[in-house]
Design a protein around this ligand. Structure first.
Ligand SMILES: Cc1cc2nc3c(=O)[nH]c(=O)nc-3n(C[C@H](O)[C@H](O)[C@H](O)COP(=O)(O)O)c2cc1C
Length: 338
């Protein structure tokens, strides 16, 4: 972690966020390098074995959707010690995303605001990238996130990508994409899930929108969870970036991610767990950057955790660091899931 924090991050953070991201993509494109270095990123402990959407994973730390939108680097990312990696979000057609600037760093809060709006190369390109991975030995479970504004398009992404991965995550919660929120309407979500269920043969995760308790959306969001349960969704990812206004973004608003989200993530996980018991798995996502925080999320009722912003702030060693700290906490304090 020191090399990244002392040398690479200061260099990358002199660049505009998306330029820095493209530069780190260059590093990730060297799959051979990550294969050689991969063993140095692992931390094994039987105690950490977990499940995501019912699928066994070697540890509960997952990569959240959005880091590898076109599924180009999953072969490298799986070498970093994750229990699972989520590629995408993939949409049926290529999308330019929103105008730039569309990502802002809030360094003092270890946070980001993004208004990317799903820039991506579309389903065909993602299929060809993921097909290349068929011969790559699998080091972690692979999930692909899909989304869109049209039921038929999303169902097609689901149907075509599902055979090439272990599970699909349905993203109905990006705050930056016009039209996506239609699936936060109960009847639309039900229709979408019914369509997807027609061809579903692997576990499905749904990424739900964030809410703050007492601000009026609790019941609405929990109701989406109920629909997911009724439609046999295996797992809920709780949750996505939080809508926020910022003058530095071309579109004036985006989604906040990173440290400021953590406490509310725990509150949401506790509420979902109290509401649904063990009938559906929960993946805690939002502001997690340490083993201690991961432990808190598991204690609150999550089966796994997902990270993105802390990977950007702390570098690739963060996965091992979270797992090492989790191991110590499991040993000293016991299994948080009991
Ligand atoms: C730059 C950026 C791009 C993202 N893109 C996606 C995306 O394509 N699909 C998605 O479901 N979530 C996306 N997210 C949300 C993350 O997956 C995650 O839910 C959110 O950032 C909270 O987790 P974190 O605090 O660990 O980053 C994105 C987040 C960031 C910061």
């Amino acid at each position: 972690m020191q090399l990244y924090k002392k040398l690479m991050r200061p260099l990358l953070f002199t660049l505009e966020p998306e330029t820095a991201w493209h530069l780190s993509d260059l590093g990730l494109s060297q799959t051979w390098l990550w294969k050689i270095m991969g063993s140095g990123f692992q931390h094994h402990n039987e105690l950490l074995k977990a499940t995501v959407a019912g699928i066994p994973i070697k540890n509960p730390v997952g990569l959240a959707a959005g880091y590898d939108k076109n599924c180009r680097f999953l072969s490298s990312l799986q070498e970093l010690g994750f229990g699972y990696v989520t590629g995408g979000t993939v949409t049926k057609n290529p999308r330019p995303g929103n105008p730039k600037p569309r990502v802002i760093r809030l360094k003092d809060q270890s946070a980001l605001i993004n208004a990317l709006g799903f820039p991506g190369d579309g389903l065909e390109k993602a299929l060809s990238e993921i097909s290349k991975m068929a011969s790559v030995p699998k080091k972690s479970v692979r999930i692909i996130s899909v989304s869109g504004t049209d039921i038929a398009d999303i169902a097609e992404c689901h149907q075509q990508l599902e055979p090439l991965c272990d599970a699909i995550e349905l993203n109905i919660s990006s705050p930056n994409t016009k039209g996506l929120r239609i699936f936060q309407e109960p009847s639309n979500l039900r229709s979408l899930l019914a369509e997807v269920n027609q061809n579903k043969s692997k576990p499905l995760l749904v990424k739900t929108p964030p809410y703050k308790s007492g601000e009026g959306d609790d019941e609405k969001v929990l109701n989406l969870g109920r629909i997911c349960l009724e439609e046999k969704v295996e797992s809920l990812t709780v949750s996505n970036t939080v809508p926020i206004a910022h003058d530095g973004l071309a579109v004036g608003q985006g989604g906040l991610s990173g440290s400021p989200l953590f406490e509310n993530t725990i509150e949401m996980v506790k509420t979902y767990r109290a509401e649904f018991g063990d009938s559906i798995e929960i993946n805690a996502c939002g502001g997690i950057s340490s083993g201690y925080q991961a432990y808190e999320a598991l204690k609150a009722g999550a089966s796994s955790i997902q990270i993105l912003t802390s990977l950007i702030y702390q570098g690739p060693r963060i996965v091992q660091s979270i797992n090492k700290e989790l191991s110590e906490l499991f040993t000293n304090r016991g299994n948080p899931r009991n």
